[in-house]
Design a binder for this molecule. Structure first.
Ligand SMILES: C[S@@+](CC[C@H](N)C(=O)[O-])C[C@H]1O[C@@H](n2cnc3c(N)ncnc32)[C@H](O)[C@@H]1O
Length: 347
C-alpha cells in the first residue's frame, strides 16, 4: 500500500531525518513518564544505548505473562520495546517490529544479532518489517496469528486509525491482547490543529478524542477496553501550549482483548475469579486495569467481561474462574469503581 497521504511522508521525514535522538523532540509528549517495572529496568540495562537514545514512546506498553508469545510492535522505531519484549517472550517466542521509516529500522536491525547474544539466545527471535501499520496483510501477517499487539506513541500518527485497529483485531488470535500507550485528547481537535505539522509530528495533532476511540473499538466488536494508566501531558513548549489552549492531552496505556462475547456494560453472572499468583514477577497481585487488582488467593466477584478477560485469554492458566454466564443476576454493581477512569464506563 502506498503512503496514505502527504502527512504520512512528512512523519517519515520527521522520524527519519529531523529527530535523531529523544532530546531533539520539541515537546515532552513522547517522553515516557510512566513508571517502569523493576524487572523491565534490568532488561533495559542490557539494551544498547544507541537504541535507548532513540526511544520516543509515551508509556510502558509491555503486559505480563509473555513467555513463549508471538508479539507484534506497531511503529517499533529503533526497536527499544521490541528488544525489551524479545527478552520477555524468551527463545520460544518471537517479536515482529513494523515501522515505515527506513532510518529507524536500520538502527533496530543493526543490533539484532548482538542483542540476541546479550540475552543469551541461540538465535535472534525478532524480525523487523518495513511497512504501514494500516496494511499488515502486505507484511504477511496472517489472520489470528498474534498473541499480543503492542504499540508506543504511534497510532495517533496514523491518518487512518480505523484501518489500524481493524488490522489489529484481524491479526490477533482469539483471546489475544492489544496493549498500547498513546496520546488522547479531551475533545476533537479543530482542523487548524489537526493539520499543524509540528503538532501532528509531535503526537498531539492526531491525538484521539477518547469517546471517538471508544466508538471506534465498539464498531470493531470490542465494546469493553480497560485503562491501565492515564497521565496528563505537560507540553513544556510555550508556543505549542498557546496553540492548544484549553485542550487536555493524556498519555494512556490501554488493554483490549479479542473476545467475541464481551458486552457493552458490566453484567452480573455471579462469577468469581481467584488469582493463583503464578505470573512471573507478579507473585502478590495482578492489576487487570486501573481499578481492578486481583490479590493472590483472594476470591473476587467479577462481571462477565472481567471473567472472560481473565479466563479466556493467556491469563486463563493463572486464574481459577468459577461460574459461567448461564444465570444472569442483573447489572454488575460498579458503584465503588470510578467509572470516569475506566475504559468504557464499565466496571
Ligand atoms: C513517536 S515514534 C515511536 C517509536 C517507538 N514506538 C518508540 O517508542 O520509540 C513513532 C514511530 O511510528 C512510525 N510510524 C508512524 N506512522 C506509521 C505508520 N502509519 N506505519 C508505520 N509506522 C509508522 C514512525 O516511523 C516512528 O518510528
Amino acid at each position: 500500500m502506498p503512503p496514505l497521504d502527504d502527512s504520512i511522508t512528512k512523519i517519515q521525514e520527521y522520524y527519519g531525518n529531523i529527530i535523531l535522538k529523544s532530546k531533539d523532540l520539541q515537546t515532552n509528549t513522547c517522553c515516557c513518564s510512566e513508571s517502569i517495572p523493576p524487572h523491565h529496568l534490568s532488561i533495559l540495562d542490557n539494551i544498547d544505548n544507541e537504541i535507548l537514545g532513540k526511544f520516543y514512546g509515551c508509556g510502558s506498553p509491555i503486559p505480563p505473562a509473555l513467555d513463549g508469545c508471538s508479539v507484534l510492535d506497531l511503529g517499533c522505531g529503533s526497536g527499544r520495546d521490541v528488544y525489551l519484549t524479545s527478552c520477555l517472550v524468551g527463545p520460544k517466542g518471537f517479536v515482529i517490529g513494523v515501522d515505515m521509516t527506513d532510518e529507524q529500522l536500520a538502527v533496530a536491525k543493526s543490533h539484532q544479532q548482538s542483542q540476541a547474544r546479550r540475552f543469551g539466545f541461540p538465535k535472534s527471535n525478532v524480525d523487523f518489517r518495513q511497512g504501514y501499520i494500516e496494511d499488515l496483510a502486505a507484511l504477511d501477517i496472517a489472520d489470528d496469528a498474534i498473541d499480543v499487539v503492542i504499540s508506543n506513541c504511534v497510532i495517533n500518527l496514523s491518518p487512518a486509525k480505523g484501518r489500524v485497529f481493524s488490522e489489529i483485531f484481524r491479526v490477533l488470535k482469539p483471546g489475544g491482547e492489544l496493549f498500547f500507550s498513546d496520546v488522547f485528547a479531551s475533545r476533537r481537535l479543530p482542523p487548524a490543529l489537526r493539520e499543524d505539522r509540528l503538532l501532528v509530528a509531535e503526537c498531539l495533532g492526531g491525538a484521539m478524542y477518547v469517546e471517538d476511540f471508544r466508538r471506534m473499538l465498539r464498531g470493531l466488536g470490542c465494546p469493553d477496553y480497560r485503562v491501565m494508566t492515564k497521565s496528563r501531558i505537560t507540553i513544556d513548549n510555550p508556543e505549542v501550549e498557546a496553540k492548544v489552549g484549553a485542550i487536555t492531552f493524556w498519555s494512556m496505556t490501554i488493554r483490549a482483548f479479542k473476545i467475541a462475547s464481551l458486552e457493552d456494560l458490566c453484567e452480573d453472572y455471579g462469577q468469581v475469579a481467584t488469582y493463583l499468583g503464578t505470573i512471573p514477577d507478579h507473585p502478590h497481585q495482578f492489576p487487570l486495569d486501573d481499578h481492578h487488582t486481583l490479590i493472590s488467593g483472594k476470591p473476587m466477584l467479577v462481571c462477565g467481561n472481567t471473567a472472560a478477560m481473565l479466563g479466556e485469554t493467556r491469563f486463563g492458566r493463572h486464574f481459577k474462574v468459577d461460574g459461567d454466564c448461564s444465570i444472569h443476576f442483573g447489572a454488575f454493581d460498579c458503584s465503588s469503581a470510578p467509572a470516569s477512569q475506566s475504559g468504557t464506563g464499565c466496571c
